[in-house]
Ligand binder design. Sequence first.
Ligand SMILES: Nc1ncnc2c1ncn2[C@@H]1O[C@H](COP(=O)(O)OP(=O)(O)OP(=O)(O)O)[C@@H](O)[C@H]1O
Ligand SMILES: Nc1ncnc2c1ncn2[C@@H]1O[C@H](COP(=O)(O)OP(=O)(O)OP(=O)(O)O)[C@@H](O)[C@H]1O
Length: 631
Amino acid sequence: MTMIRFEDVSVRYEGAAGPTVRGVDLAVPEGELVLLVGPSGVGKSTLLGTVSGLVPHFTGGTLRGRVTVAGRDTRTHKPRELADVVGTVGQDPLAHFVTDTVEDELAYGMESLGLAPDVMRRRVEETLDLLGLADLRDRPITTLSGGQQQRVAIGSVLTPHPRVLVLDEPTSALDPAAAEEVLAVLQRLVHDLGTTVLMAEHRLERVVQYADQVLLLAAPGEPPLLGDPAEVMAVSPVYPPVVDLGRLAGVTPLPLTVRDARRRTAGLRERLVGVAPGEGRPVGASTAEGAAVASEPRPEPGPAEAVAPASGASGRASRWRRIGGKGRGGGAEVTAPDAARPDSAAPDASDAEAAQAGEAVQEAAPAGAPRAARVSGLAVYRGRVEALRRVDLDVCAGETVALMGRNGAGKSTLLSTLVGLLAPTSGTVRVGGATPHRTTPRELIRRVGLVPQEPRDLLYADTVAAECAAADHDADAAPGTCRDLVAELLPGIADDTHPRDLSEGQRLALALAIVLTARPPLLLLDEPTRGLDYAAKARLVTILRGLAAEGHAIVLATHDVELAAELAHRVVILAEGEVVADGPTADVVVSSPSFAPQVTKVLAPQPWLTVTQVRRALRAAAPSEGEGATP
Ligand SMILES: Nc1ncnc2c1ncn2[C@@H]1O[C@H](COP(=O)(O)OP(=O)(O)OP(=O)(O)O)[C@@H](O)[C@H]1O
Ligand SMILES: Nc1ncnc2c1ncn2[C@@H]1O[C@H](COP(=O)(O)OP(=O)(O)OP(=O)(O)O)[C@@H](O)[C@H]1O
């Protein structure tokens, strides 16, 4: 039986040059999990919105054609009138929470449907266990970490047992283990209860193996393709590392799981015997590209004038950014690597430059580089929660550190402490020689910049162009700097778009560009690949490598094991507020089942991390081989 039917559906937003989605004419059968894939901004959320009824009721725009769910037309039924059939989780859970605490939120949907109290009680308990939320049941939702919030959002649509689930990147803020748990739960609903799931996701390495069918939106306005996952992956512009590896090895049908790939790429493994991954480490080449992109000379900004009040622990990143930009005149300012130089005890910056200039030495942190940040004996309480304890961490100029760990482990807390949004409860934090929470924002902006987990926190102008102009002004950068960065990260974003109307990936690209405009010596990124497609991720990697090569220190909190493998020199794993592992990326991730990237799992025990590495090694070993493979 058909559960969701699209009949010649198109959606056009006001002011857009053409329809965002067009020619959608297909049916999703009951009891299937259909995965919606495609590049950032292609219209995935829009299409999901037509099913949940949010498009056009809440987003504006014009819907043509017809979408029916369980026979109900979503245009004539308001989202409320679909609530008993469709459960929706959007990309920004915080925007949709209706109650204050975890338990209330889980019960809310059932209350509105008038379920019996004993049923509600039982389902709340079940869901708390299923999603690992039992310890958080009484917590105010606003005090939860990003991943904890996402779990609550998912739990709250599961409790009413809807027949259809519409999920927009439901694992984007989840740690790898939690993502697997959630996907296993969804699969069980599909298999045991016949629930129909329509889910958009960028991290295909996490989800493609659960899909019964894949629905591909390849380009804006192009009609979609629905079909068998392996067949769609063969023509899709977005695909996970196992598929990339399968393409490289010429395997058909393409492998979708690590297990599949292990079995069918034995030949590839043989060709790699005796080849050292280091030889294929992409750092050298990509760094050069990145440096060219990011090494525009920075205009010399002026001396400090008005000293703005410190943002303090409660200040939002946005205020901090704006305040930091106010009242600049002309005069000297420390440039990036110098500002990163902390105390006199640190080695000279020229050592670092020498180390970075040296060929692909980036497997390890650049030796002898000056320190960009030092955290010692740090503990941070948030309310009654001890979010960090006994944390020691040094980050050097030119080094990229991935901060990983379960949801709620303390990653965002550590980043917030490094930008002075939170004060240490005990211990010390020094960034570029300053103590962040005691430093005025306008001083701090020269030392450290944070791209927050929710990019919206940085945005409040009315248009993309105005955001970019403000960022250039704040950072004393040449006009157009920020706009160019946006275009480089994600082409095709219109100047006059309201940031609110950007897709998730577009909004992140904008926030990243704003922070990168100031070229802070210490750059912090909280989950920087949410909503980004693989191509945008690759461009981000190039830009960040370029910045690292110039001496910027980068710390990124991420659940994206593929990103960490590609980019980080070093991985630090936090667990319950403590550092439990800290070492070179290959050492830390290869030994961890949760944090190992797909290529590592497929090619173990050989220590490969990324397809790029493998591809380059094959080319180096036999220059004619691998040339015909995907670029
Ligand atoms: N309410 C709106 N008004 C105007 N334009 C919009 C609106 N919502 C989305 N758009 C535009 O429609 C296009 C598709 O956006 P959508 O969010 O559907 O993409 P997406 O594929 O989900 O992207 P991502 O992968 O980044 O989440 C984008 O260019 C976006 O700027
Ligand atoms: N305002 C707050 N009040 C009380 N506890 C809080 C507050 N903010 C965060 N916490 C708790 O502090 C701990 C660390 O949260 P943090 O956001 O640093 O985790 P995280 O590692 O970034 O998680 P995620 O991967 O989910 O983003 C979590 O247990 C969280 O619930």
